[in-house]
Ligand binder design. Structure first.
Ligand SMILES: Nc1ncnc2c1ncn2[C@@H]1O[C@H](COP(=O)(O)OP(=O)(O)OP(=O)(O)O)[C@@H](O)[C@H]1O
Length: 249
């Protein structure tokens, strides 16, 4: 696994099936009397990279968490690889905007712990925390606890944590928040690289890595995007696709 030298627009691998891996049909999420998501119908193409934009409270995190199977719709239906999200958790990774790491452990200890919760096989990083840390540019031998890391280092440790599960679908909530310009660019390069990782065929169909990320910094993620989706008040109010890679959603 190497870092890409540049972050020009990256298309889905030609072998990737132009099928949808995520589908939402008339999905709403209601908290009390408040609708965090309102009647959303959309789908996400295998191999695509979608940037989800929107003001605070628009429903972006709720959408990602629902696709990750962490919350369920109040109404409507979400499917991931044609099944309920919780049935496909092994193929999906979600990175929250708050790093879910143990501050008192080193990066290596964190990854070792989380890797023990996941399967073996798949990409070279799986079950290999050292390789995952090197992939994100961190020294696996660093013996300081994560609590002493800079924000950028914590973000990269979080990314290594989810990458080592070899996800086909990667859901990232605000991956650039609190990063300086250089660290954010590095994060974009890492994600561009992730999109090129091969996926083992499933039922004879060649796979591809699918990425969904929320951000308030659209210009940073733009080189990665095959689709840009804007949310407001729990609804999708705009969706632009790169027509060379996928149909408009
Ligand atoms: N568990 C919950 N209980 C009640 N309301 C919730 C819950 N989770 C989210 N909400 C509300 O749903 C709305 C959408 O929240 P969400 O976190 O999805 O927004 P967001 O677009 O990700 O915002 P931000 O950019 O600030 O992260 C917000 O008004 C939020 O307060």
């Amino acid at each position: 696994m190497t870092q890409t030298a540049e972050t020009t627009r990256i298309s889905a691998p030609p072998s990737a099936a132009s099928t949808d891996c995520i589908s939402l049909e008339s999905v709403s999420k209601i908290y009390g009397r408040f609708a965090a998501l309102r009647n959303i119908t959309t789908s996400f193409c295998t191999g695509s990279c979608t940037i989800i934009l929107g003001e605070n409270g628009a429903g972006k995190s709720t959408l990602l968490r629902m696709i990750a199977g962490l919350i369920t719709p109040t109404r409507g239906r979400v499917t991931v690889f044609s099944e309920a999200p919780h049935q496909q958790r092994r193929r999906v990774a979600y990175m929250s905007h708050s790093p879910m790491l143990y501050d008192e452990l080193t990066a290596m200890e964190n990854l070792n712990y989380f890797s023990s919760l996941h399967r073996d096989g798949g990409c070279a990083c799986v079950g290999n925390p050292e390789m995952a840390l090197r992939a994100v540019g961190l020294d696996p031998k660093l013996d300081r606890p994560v609590g002493q890391y800079s924000q950028g280092m914590r973000q990269r440790t979080s990314l290594a944590r989810v990458l080592q599960t070899d996800p086909e679908i990667l859901l990232l909530d605000e991956p650039f928040s609190n990063l300086d310009a250089a660290s954010a660019r590095h994060m974009v390069e890492l994600l561009a690289d992730f999109r090129t990782w091969p996926v083992a065929p499933v039922n004879g169909v060649m796979g591809a890595r699918t990425l969904l990320l929320t951000t308030h910094q659209s210009s940073l993620a733009e080189p990665l995007a095959t689709r840009t989706l804007t949310m407001r008040n729990g609804e999708i109010v705009d969706s632009h696709s790169d027509s060379s890679t996928e149909a408009a959603g």
